[in-house]
Design a protein around this ligand. Sequence first.
Ligand code: WT7
Length: 649
Amino acid sequence: MSEKQVFKPNKEFAKNALIKNMCEYQDLQDWATEDYEGFWGSYGKEKLDWMEPFTKVMDDSNFPFVNWFEGGKLNVSSQCIDRHLDTKKNKAAIIFEGDRGDKQIVTYLELYYNVNKFANLLKNKFDVKKGDRVIIYMPMIPEAAYAMLACARLGAIHSVIFGGFSAEAIKDRVKDADAKIIITADGAFRKDKPYMLKPVVDKALEGATPVKKVLVVQRNFEDVEWVAGRDYSYNELIDLESSHCDPEPMDSEDPLFLLYTSGSTGKPKGVQHNSAGYILWAQMTMEWVFDVKENDTYWCTADVGWITGHTYIVYGPLAMGATTVMFEGVPTYPDAGRPWKMVEEYRINQFYTAPTAIRVLHKMGEDEPGKYDLSSLKVLGTVGEPIDPPAWKWYYEAVGNNNCAIVDTYWQTETGGHVISPLPGATPIKPGCATFPLPGIMAEILDDEGNKAPVGEKGLMCITRPWPAMIRGVWGDKERFIKAYFGDVKKDGKPVYFTGDGAVYDDDGYITITGRTDDVINVSGHRMGTAEVEAAIKKHDNVAEVAVVGKPHPLKGEGIFAYILLKEDDGVADELEEMKAINAIIKIEIGNIALCDDMVFVPGLPKTRSGKIMRRILRSIAKGEEITQDISTLEDPGVVDTINKMVNS
Ligand code: WT7
């Protein structure tokens, strides 16, 4: 498989696809380019059911604070449920498979009842109202989706926290969002064993907290501590509520959710998405990129704690009235054939996962796909990091039987939905390449001066016009929002959205993402700020200074590599203890997902005379690369050689 190899869309598939060829793609993109508001206004009318119609498509007079579909009113939970009841009430909305193989099918009518009861419970028992922040810390069970949609129904702003985050991480987010309630579960099942979430919440709520109530879904029925007057059982209360709850009429720009993500400081930022623009793009990209048909079954393996789970397990599929699969377990248990067994059992048509999962499934079960009937598959997707050629090849051949398009979807928490991606019926695919901007998205690779980057030269991945699903703010921090996304790149003298990623055009105009240009790393598809890990490590008493960088990792994509200067360095025996103690602190401060793969105790860090740590040099050393940077301006150039010898000999 050479770099230049191009894979044309399957002809039979393309015949029935929503976008059938590159001419159709180009027509749409030309329309958007020539009449941006006409394009979006037309989709806004066609795709959404409005309680009150919008009067203005976009107002960017206060850029980067942009309003879409002004004057319009709608409710996102109604978009996802109520409007499908006439035609799909008995269609499966969610197919759930538990870790131990237990199955549950939730129709749209059942989803309606469950979400309405959930909303009534939140409203009547816990006084949750429009604008309140609600933390959701849940396993992958249908109740997580009900909780999100119930918040949307009431106009409350949910903030889902991934179940792998620690009590401290929850504490920070609770405080930043000033949340009044947490919805959680006692725990769930993983690899046939119960694991716990409620005790983590209990710990997060020790000391002063704005949270007054905790609603607990009992999933594994393990014993948990119960704080009287604070903790309530969902299972005991839910059936006392009525199954009808009027949806709150929401302005287009009323917030829908916050989702905390890592940036270049130690403090995660609460990315805010609002109602109309977000749900419109979630639905449109679902339809275009996965090309889901009426009787299809679609499975995205992400966790609801990440943006992929928000947009492509819950909101996108339900907004279009599709059937979405939710899976509680891990893809390699009981063996690395689990996903393929599920594809066969549920006749899955679209399968969406991360390169890190593909690499693990490949390594642990190369021949597993061959043991199952995967002929239902039509579209395969990847997300989160660039996919490497061996993983791509195996996915295409062994899983897709050389028949399925692989859509390499590039996007971010901040973009709300896909922004650069192949269209399965139209785009000739090049492995490892996100290809072209989706229609309506004015994505361009720019150089430092804001000019279009020349072919073959790495530039900055930017989006030059606001789009409906764009991040609306960093919760409580306007300055950070402006600085983090609109401070670096200008085009024609005007600031544009910079993703933080580098990218390059090839001769045919295809876009390949080359990775972050900032201090954000990508560990098993989880976004991690090196500053966050550094802040955690610094909590250890004996740590004087620390610098964290990413290092290529065969399965995880990137691993975490920490250079640590101890206050007292007493030799190797103690160092091992020290490493364990430092990882224990990371576990407490952030969670297992941020544990270091490598730690080295160094006598000093390479710094400029002004005191800035030269992370680029440390990245090169971690990779075992030759040091080509000029080190003569360092405070102590000799330290580079010392560290290099410690790491690479
Ligand atoms: C970062 C965003 C988008 C949902 C999952 C991650 C990287 C994402 C791709 C891709 C290369 C990718 C970027 C981006 N990324 N998709 N197809 N090819 N890199 O969301 O946690 O907000 O992370 O993931 O570096 O900035 P996220």
